[in-house]
Ligand binder design. Sequence first.
Ligand code: ADP
Ligand code: MG
Length: 285
Amino acid sequence: MADQAQSLRELVWRTHSVARVLAVTSGKGGVGKSNTSVNLAIALAQHGRRVILIDADLGLANVEVLMGFNSVYTLQDVIDGERGIRDVLVNAPGGIRIVPGTSGLAKMADLPQSARQNVLTGLRDLQDQADFILIDTMAGIGQNAVGFTLAADEVLLITTPEPSAIVDAYAMLKTIYLRREDAVIRLVVNMAAYESQGKAVAAKLANVARQYLGRNLSYLGFIPRDPHVSQAVMQSNPFVLTYPNCPAATAMQQLAARVLQQQVETAPRKENFFRRFAQSLGIAG
Ligand SMILES: Nc1ncnc2c1ncn2[C@@H]1O[C@H](COP(=O)(O)OP(=O)(O)O)[C@@H](O)[C@H]1O
Ligand SMILES: [Mg+2]
């Protein structure tokens, strides 16, 4: 898995015209990863970006359920080597494209090498097809969740203000940093009662990260607890489309704006990495 993540990163860094890959992850399940992935993807598309969302929760794939459709082909066909990833890519509401997910394959590590290679090749084939590739991962520190997460350029770590979610978010943070020192992780606090609660959770996690891991943790923002979210889930229609002015949708637009803003801020880091990587191959002075 580490090799897979490494070779994917190399592919990602190879040129600047490739997609920015964001993994949406969490320590605990049910904190809002899928809703954040779907609605953030649409919000980014509303800014004119080409966005592909990969449903990589191999345990509980539900991007399609949230969006109200059902595809014939899924990531399973890619894993099995039956289809190329571009063949399973489908147009979805809100102007995004998705790679539909597959459930019941929770342990990616148990898949044969050929299956993992198929996924890796698939991700590479999408690199020039989008400005953003969002990956909705599965919760927890298991191989699969961490595998996709380590391969991404950036990680959006989702938590809620509940202590159990915060503790699990910290475990995830630690796992990612232990396995990838240069990981870029940004925290999103979902289901916050109000803005200051989001900030307080972020400050708490940032403190522990600094104290025990010697790392800074940046805070992307919060999404309020909003009944429109579950209403939209019940209708299989993403809330940024169904209730574009609800508090959660407004917050999602602000998160998208910050992600776009960071495009500019992260560019030098890519440049440095690219230069280091090129130097290590002896092709740049
Ligand atoms: N901001 C929110 N406000 C209210 N309810 C929410 C919010 N975010 C998520 N939920 C509820 O939590 C449930 C789980 O969210 P989901 O995105 O499926 O989590 P995950 O992908 O992390 O398991 C949703 O079905 C919804 O009912
Ligand atoms: Mg989910």
